[in-house]
Write a protein that binds this ligand. Structure first.
Ligand code: IDC
Length: 402
């Protein structure tokens, strides 16, 4: 067991100012005006209005948005309750006294599968946080414990936005954000879960825009956690716009060696062009590193047969794919859920044993948030605390086997 325990340090009174996501620049936004908007969360928390979004061609436009945020201004980090040792019982999938991450240990990519320390293939599944800068209250031991024990998940994804308002490379307090990432890793480690550190490229479109920050960030995190076997690095969430696979490759060829200096065999997830939909481009020209998986993201009310058949083709031809983000709703993160399409995606992921994370653990007033916008609880959610998305995906996780 190679876990090193870092005492979880608590960000006392991590105050999020101007954290309303309405202040975020939009991917498709050409109106600089929205960038300047710094609505206070409290001003908008009650609005509850949903984004009205135009979806075209199955791609992912972040259309005009006016959804309310459920983030609280002054944040409770869940009390920072001390975790049990990493060998604490895990009532989730394994049913063993040993934790899931202890049981499976260091992962590697063999063919299209994630493979554990014993050579068996293993699937990771769980929730992605929303942007941790805006919703830090869910980066807590108790939230993750609930996801492990009640939702039957074995993995959590920490989404660190880069270029959105107050993101890591756009005004965010980098030290506080890194502390939050470290806390999240520590909580997941204590709970014997795997954890994905997601450098959430979105508004920046091309990961090269903030490459220097990415290099510094991943150097630091991998130097602290290089001996952990439960951490995966996702180096660019969703390149988009005119970003090409060659642009992404050139970024990956710089960032991956930085991580590998400290963590020689970590699994690294790499985003693909067009909001991580163009995995066929990665298949045509893969990276030359071991232990890499390519990400595909889907939103079930937007992406259907075409993207599923692309996934099927690429995986059948040998591409290792990790679905590190998906929603049951449309690509704006709102609109109606399409559970029929979501079920088809689930069946396909089961067929190919693909690992997956669902967007998002938050109480924002948008369809993809799994908590109701009126829910202030940060763990131990009852049925009534969950949104329609939350109720559906929790049921799905509960029935999931590795
Ligand atoms: C959305 C959030 C929304 C936020 C917006 C910021 O749900 O609250 O205002 O980002 O631009 C993605 C992205 C993910 C998006 C999500 C839904 O990875 O950041 O979150 N989505 O739009 N890709 C496809 C959909």
């Amino acid at each position: 067991m190679k876990f090193k325990y870092y005492p979880a340090f608590i960000l006392a009174a991590f105050i999020v100012t101007g954290c309303g996501m309405e202040g975020l620049p939009l991917a498709e936004d050409t109106d600089g005006g929205s960038r300047a908007s710094t609505l206070q969360a409290a001003d908008i928390a009650s609005s509850g209005s949903q984004a009205s979004t135009e979806i075209s061609n199955g791609s992912f436009p972040l259309g005009s948005q006016a959804s309310g945020a459920g983030a609280s201004e002054s944040t409770d980090l869940g009390g920072g309750s001390p975790g049990p040792s990493a060998s604490a019982g895990n009532t989730s999938s394994s049913g063993s006294a040993e934790s899931f991450a202890a049981l499976h240990g260091a992962l590697s990519v063999k063919g299209t599968s994630l493979t554990d320390q014993n050579g068996s293939s293993v699937r990771l599944y769980g929730m992605s946080t929303h942007g941790i800068a805006w919703f830090p209250q869910y980066v807590s031991y108790d939230a993750f414990r609930t996801l492990r024990d009640d939702w039957n998940t074995n993995c959590v994804r920490l989404a660190l936005y880069t270029d959105e308002y107050n993101g890591y490379s756009n005004g965010g307090n980098q030290e506080e954000l890194k502390s939050l990432v470290k806390e999240g890793i520590d909580y997941a480690t204590d709970l014997g879960m795997y954890v994905i550190v997601d450098w959430h490229v979105l508004n920046d479109r091309d990961p090269n825009v903030h490459k220097e920050d990415a290099v510094g960030f991943f150097r630091e995190i991998s130097s602290l956690y290089g001996d952990h076997t439960n951490i995966l690095y996702e180096i660019c969430n969703e390149p988009n716009g005119s970003t090409t696979w060659d642009n992404i490759k050139s970024y990956a060829n710089e960032v991956i060696p930085v991580i590998r200096e400290n963590d020689a065999d970590a699994v690294i997830l790499v985003g693909t062009p067009t909001w991580s939909q163009d995995i066929h481009q990665a298949a045509a020209s893969p990276l030359e590193f071991d232990n890499v998986m390519y990400t595909l993201h889907f939103y079930a009310a937007t992406h259907t047969d075409d993207l599923r058949s692309r996934l099927e083709t690429c995986v059948s031809e040998g591409l290792p794919v990790f679905i590190s983000e998906f929603g049951m709703c449309d690509a704006s993160g709102s609109g109606g859920n399409d559970f029929g399409q979501a079920e088809k995606w689930m069946e396909l992921m089961d067929k190919y044993q693909i690992s997956f994370c669902c967007w998002n653990l938050a109480n924002k007033a948008e369809t993809s948030s799994v908590l109701k916008s009126g829910c202030d609880k940060t763990s131990d959610w009852a049925d009534d605390d969950l949104s329609e998305s939350g109720r559906w995906i929790r049921e799905r996780f509960r029935g999931q086997t590795e």
